[in-house]
Design a protein around this ligand. Structure first.
Ligand code: S3P
Length: 170
């Protein structure tokens, strides 16, 4: 198995962080959660970064963090934020440094998973309205990933197995 990195991308609520933890444990690789790294470095939460410094600032920090955490490193499972795929520079960094796996889920599943979570500033506290709108805007945003897994009806174990299988043929 070629030991590089796995980069998990996908809309909010598709299970990136959970899958990253279990996959990292299974492979004995390290897990990097980009939003958690940003929160630790900024010393505050993602919603606070958005409200105090604005989304463009967050996006810049996101690119810097992605670059620093991925380039020249291997053996990591990197969970990205749902919007990290929007900048072309980010997509290039991901594709150049790992196997990019897009996790997807149907709209109802996503709403159920995120509706009680206050940590997603782009949903503005109204997941029922915001999720379908944002999903529509981003409907092709994850298509660049060579691997796609629909997580709606799968257990975390099944998703992890599918990724390991794919890694072993890389
Ligand atoms: C965002 C998704 C969030 C976080 C930020 C912006 C987005 O990450 O990076 O709130 O633009 O979709 P999750 O996908 O982990 O919720």
């Amino acid at each position: 198995m070629l030991k590089r990195n796995v980069v998990l991308v996908g809309f909010m609520g598709t299970g990136k962080s959970t899958v990253a933890s279990v996959l990292a444990e299974r492979l004995g690789w390290s897990k990097i959660d980009l939003d958690a790294v940003i929160e630790a470095e900024e010393g505050t939460t993602i919603p606070q970064v958005f409200s105090e410094k604005g989304e463009p600032y967050f996006r810049k920090v996101e690119t810097d963090t992605l670059k620093r955490e991925l380039e020249g490193r291997t053996g990591q499972i990197v969970a990205t934020g749902g919007g990290a795929v929007l900048a072309e520079v980010n997509r290039t960094i991901m594709l150049d440094n790992g196997l990019v796996v897009a996790l997807t889920a149907d709209v109802g599943t996503i709403i159920n998973r995120v509706k009680d979570d206050p940590n997603r500033p782009l949903l503005r506290g109204n997941a029922e309205k915001s999720v379908p709108e944002l999903l529509e805007k981003r409907k092709h945003a994850y298509d660049f990933a060579p691997v796609r897994i629909d997580t709606s009806d799968k257990t975390v174990e099944q998703i992890v197995e599918a990724i390991i299988e794919r890694l072993s043929v890389e």
